[in-house]
Write a protein that binds this ligand. Structure first.
Ligand SMILES: [Zn+2]
Length: 56
């Protein structure tokens, strides 16, 4: 029979990656005053330590 599986878009979890080194070894690092999620890059070779994810 024609049973089609539908993916739930809301279930798709893309790993947060660092905008500087593009690594995914990041952890949540609190929030900014504006309420945005701040992340911290765990890559010791990365020159950026924290960043804010901005999705347009
Ligand atoms: Zn990084």
């Amino acid at each position: 029979m024609g049973q089609s599986f539908k993916a739930f878009p809301s279930m798709v979890l893309e790993p947060t990656h660092c905008p500087s080194c593009d690594g995914i070894d990041v952890i949540q690092h609190g929030k900014t005053a504006a309420g945005k999620q701040r992340y911290r890059c765990q890559n010791s070779a990365c020159k950026r330590s924290t960043f804010i994810q901005d999705y347009s």
